[in-house]
Design a protein around this ligand. Structure first.
Ligand code: SAM
Length: 238
C-alpha cells in the first residue's frame, strides 16, 4: 500500500520483477495507471502473474514480458506508443540487484516520470548510486512489519550529481525533512545496530595489532555518524 500511494497517476506502470503482479493489479483497479507492463526474469512467476491478471479480467491492459530488468522494456509495444508518461517500480529486491537493473536500463530510467524503489538490503549502496548518477529522491517513507523496517523511495532523474555525506547513507534526508512518523523508532534501531558494530570494532582494535589505523578510522567515522543520529533524535523531540 505504501508503494501504491507513492505512484503518481500515469499512463503506464512498469513493474520490474512483478512476481504475483498484486501491485499492478491494485494500481489498475484503482485507476492510478491506465496500463501496466509487467516484467519477470523467470517463467513461473510470469505465468502466476498472468493468471492473477486474467482472474481480474485485466489482460487487455497488461503487457507481460519475460526478460531481464528495465532493459526488457525495449520489447514493450505500450512504451513505443507513449514513452513520456510511465512509472517504473522495482520492489522486493536487494539493493545491489536494484542498482544493476537501473544501470543496465539507464535510458528508460532517465525518462521515467517517477521510479519507485523498495530495496530489501544495502540501502546505503542505493542512496550512493542514486546521488552519483543524478537521481533525486523526491519522497521516501518507512514501513514497519514485525521487527523489520522497509524504506520506499520515489526518485526522478535530474542529471545533477549530488554530494553525499556519510549520514545521508544511514538516514534518508527526505525522512528527516518530512519527519516520517516512524523516524524516531527507526533511528533508535539504527543506533542500536551501530553500537554493536562499534563495540565489536573496539574489541578487535584492543586485541589485534594489525590494521589498527584503518579500524580506528572506521570506528571514528561510525561514532560521528551515531552522534549525528542522536542530534536528529534531539531535533525530532523539539
Ligand atoms: C521477492 S520478489 C518481489 C515481487 C514484487 N516486486 C514485490 O515486491 O512483492 C522478486 C521478483 O523479482 C524477480 N526478478 C529478479 N531479478 C529480476 C530481473 N533482473 N528482472 C526481472 N525480474 C527479476 C524474481 O524472479 C522475483 O519474482
Amino acid at each position: 500500500m505504501t508503494i501504491a500511494e507513492m505512484v503518481p497517476e500515469c499512463k503506464f506502470v512498469c513493474d520490474i520483477g512483478t512476481d504475483h503482479a498484486y501491485l499492478p493489479i491494485y494500481l489498475l483497479e484503482n485507476n492510478i495507471c491506465q496500463k501496466a507492463v509487467v516484467v519477470e526474469v523467470k517463467e513461473g512467476p510470469l505465468k502466476a502473474a498472468y493468471n492473477n491478471i486474467s482472474k481480474k479480467n485485466l489482460q487487455d491492459c497488461v503487457e507481460a514480458i519475460l526478460g531481464d530488468g528495465i532493459k526488457a522494456l525495449e520489447k514493450s509495444l505500450y512504451l513505443k506508443e507513449g514513452k513520456d508518461d510511465y512509472t517504473i517500480i522495482i520492489a522486493g529486491m536487494g539493493g545491489n540487484l536494484i542498482i544493476k537493473i537501473l544501470s543496465e536500463g539507464l535510458d528508460f530510467a532517465k525518462e521515467a516520470k517517477t521510479i519507485i524503489l523498495q530495496p530489501m538490503s544495502k540501502l546505503e549502496v542505493v542512496y550512493e548510486w542514486l546521488a552519483k548518477h543524478g537521481f533525486d529522491i523526491i519522497d521516501e517513507s518507512l514501513v514497519k512489519d514485525g521487527n523489520k523496517f522497509y524504506n520506499v523511495l520515489a526518485v526522478k532523474w535530474s542529471g545533477i550529481e549530488k554530494p553525499c555525506k556519510p549520514i545521508d547513507l544511514y538516514v534518508g534526508k527526505k525522512l528527516v525533512e518530512k519527519r516520517d512518523p516512524l523516524l524516531g523508532e527507526y533511528i533508535n534501531w539504527k543506533i542500536s545496530v551501530l553500537n554493536k558494530i562499534i563495540i565489536g570494532l573496539k574489541k578487535s582494535i584492543d586485541c589485534n595489532g594489525q590494521k589498527i589505523n584503518e579500524k580506528e578510522d572506521t570506528l571514528n567515522k561510525l561514532i560521528s555518524i551515531k552522534n549525528e543520529m542522536v542530534d536528529i533524535l534531539k531535533l525530532l523531540s523539539k
